[in-house]
Design a protein around this ligand. Structure first.
Ligand code: NAI
Length: 304
């Protein structure tokens, strides 16, 4: 297939009602793009404060989109934000959240136990037709699916941050994901305006599988003193055409996230040389140097 929806038969069901579980950074973005493409969206969160937070993230992001579309036409901008916002509702009631869902996407904290508990309840509460996806970055999709009955209706839909801007969607199938589910994922991804790539359930899928070991090697290179942070970043920008150097990118995504992902993979595949923990990065994290968000990582940042 390659691109979303290319060469796909029309067996799949259209998706109308989407439930996003977890309205944080990723869940809010997913809810927004789904609503923008015409879906009725329900966000399931743990409490009202988190729902409010999701609503804030979405209205700020929609305002930015409206400004791009309608420039200085405030009336049209406001009408746009209003129209999309009415397609999104929030709830803390799991049963209500999934009662009419065609597709449930999970985007809660990256913790296997939390996700297992959640998927078990979602599986029990959702109608038989509902298909499930996880937006996990680093956990195994097949392992997540062990707690549910409808394994053929389960896969990975891995979005990228910020969701409204990033064009890519990785569609991950397990050995049990049905062709119908896969086609539905691909067609839905296309309807959001994303370009889909397909991948088996392998650690990190495509992007992170290649990116995380590369970033780790850049940190090791810096630690060995082979080159300065600035020169490593300049080299990869001008020599490989990357928009950001590896250490800048590590600062941007958070040093703690890199450590977390690598440790999870190392635990599962202790002998894989690509998944060896980066001691220097762990030391920086222990010192509170998490990158941009803490004001310092490989570089120093002004705190706002
Ligand atoms: P986040 O921490 O911003 O949001 C998680 C949200 O889930 C929070 O609002 C929390 O209240 C909510 N939540 C936790 N337990 C819940 C439950 N049982 N029911 C309902 N809501 C619950 O996290 P973020 O960054 O949005 O990540 C979410 C998922 O997306 C993770 O699996 C992560 O691996 C994945 N991901 C993250 C990316 C990133 O760049 N941050 C990129 C791609 C995927």
């Amino acid at each position: 297939f390659g691109q979303c929806g290319r060469n796909i038969s029309s067996l799949h069901r259209p998706i109308e009602n989407v439930t996003v579980v977890g309205g944080g950074l990723m869940g809010s973005g997913i809810a927004q793009v789904a609503a923008q493409s015409g879906n009725n969206v329900t966000i399931l969160e743990t409490d009202e404060n988190q729902l409010e937070n999701a609503q804030k993230i979405i209205s700020n992001s929609l305002a930015r989109v409206a400004k791009k579309f309608f420039k200085d036409d405030n009336q049209k901008s406001q009408a746009f934000v209003q129209e999309i916002s009415t397609k999104i509702t929030g709830t803390t009631d799991l049963k209500r959240a999934v009662a009419n869902a065609d597709l449930v996407i999970e985007a809660v904290v990256e913790n296997l136990e939390v996700k297992h508990k959640l998927f078990k309840s979602l599986d029990e509460a959702a109608p038989a037709r509902t298909i499930f996806a996880s937006n996990t970055s680093s956990l195994s999709i097949s392992e997540l699916a062990t707690v549910i009955q409808r394994k053929e209706k389960f896969g990975g839909l891995h979005f990228f941050n910020p969701v409204p801007l990033m064009k890519l969607l990785e569609v991950v199938r397990t050995s049990e994901t049905s062709v119908d589910t896969l086609e539905t994922f691909l067609n839905w991804g296309k309807s959001l305006g994303k370009t889909c790539v397909q991948c088996k359930d392998t650690p990190g899928f495509i992007v992170n599988r290649l990116l995380v070991p590369y970033l780790a090697e850049a940190v090791r290179m810096f630690e060995r003193g082979d080159a300065s942070a600035e020169d490593i970043d300049i080299a990869m920008k001008l020599g490989a055409g990357h928009p950001m150097g590896p250490l800048e990118l590590t600062d941007y995504t958070g040093l703690d996230l890199g450590v977390f992902i690598m440790e999870g993979w190392h635990k599962k595949y202790p002998h894989d040389p690509l998944f060896q923990p980066v001691e220097y990065q762990k030391k920086l994290v222990a010192e509170g140097k998490l990158g941009r968000k803490s004001g310092e990582g490989f570089y120093k940042y002004k705190q706002f």
